[in-house]
Design a protein around this ligand. Sequence first.
Ligand code: NAD
Length: 288
Amino acid sequence: MTTQTQSAHIIDGVELSRKLREEVTARTQTLKARGITPGLAVVLVGENPASQVYVRNKVKGCQDCGFHSVLEQYDAGMTEAELLIRIAALNADPAIHGILVQLPVPAHINANKVIEAISPLKDVDGFHIASAGALVTGMRGFWPCTPYGCMKMLESISYDLRGKHAVVIGRSNIVGKPMALMLLQKNATVTICHSATKDLKAFTLQADVIVAAVGKRNLVTADMVKPGAVVLDVGMNRNDEGKLCGDVNFEGVRQVAGHITPVPGGVGPMTITMLLVNTLEAAERAAK
Ligand code: NAD
């Protein structure tokens, strides 16, 4: 008996990011020729080491594309009122087109209040209620960067979602829910699975597209995937050796899937890239 094995096409988030950032850089030059430089303000409160790495990468991404970027770092003792005053000042600053407050904020600060204080015109993270509402109703707003990056990855393989069954695992406001809405907007039939879903495998086996956004390694294994399916892995976890890994058992699932994203080098790099795209878009809108 011969066992037939297949190896999925790997969607390379690093390479796709590079291409998209080239386009962002070119559009930035065009805007600069008109006297406008896209500007992003990144605000970090507290000393969370992971957040410090994230904000540094975001600022570097801005610099590489020719943006103006401002990193405002405050100690963990900053009050909510002080932070809201800073956001109001950034809302009024014409050199700033995008404002990002790195989450999580310290426990004494209400994250929702902070997000809602950001002008929807500068909400490049896409977390404001106005952006969420725009996504639900199909109006113009800003799409949250991680699911937006997943959509770009599907676009990069010319995947037509019309009539396809997409299963999103996870229902957070920043990944799962907006992901489901974006897939729906492209005419997929969408199922959202979550922590209370019974028999996850019964759903994933029906899926043409699986998006795993949970934060549990090996949640999606080869026996849960329909042959040829597209598997996008948003999860960021550590394995026993401390290495970054996703929610999907990559080695197993790549034998069954048609397309798969690796971790690292998949959805992760796309998230910052889409932040740059949103910031440029905000600057272009402001210029009109
Ligand atoms: P979250 O904790 O807010 O949400 C996790 C979701 O998973 C919840 O909706 C929950 O219902 C669901 N869930 C939990 N256990 C489950 C199970 N056994 N079966 C099915 N669903 C289950 O997390 P989040 O912020 O949405 O992030 C999810 C993962 O994506 C995390 O690993 C996070 O680090 C990662 N992430 C990566 C990026 C990136 O740029 N690559 C960006 C954001 C988040």
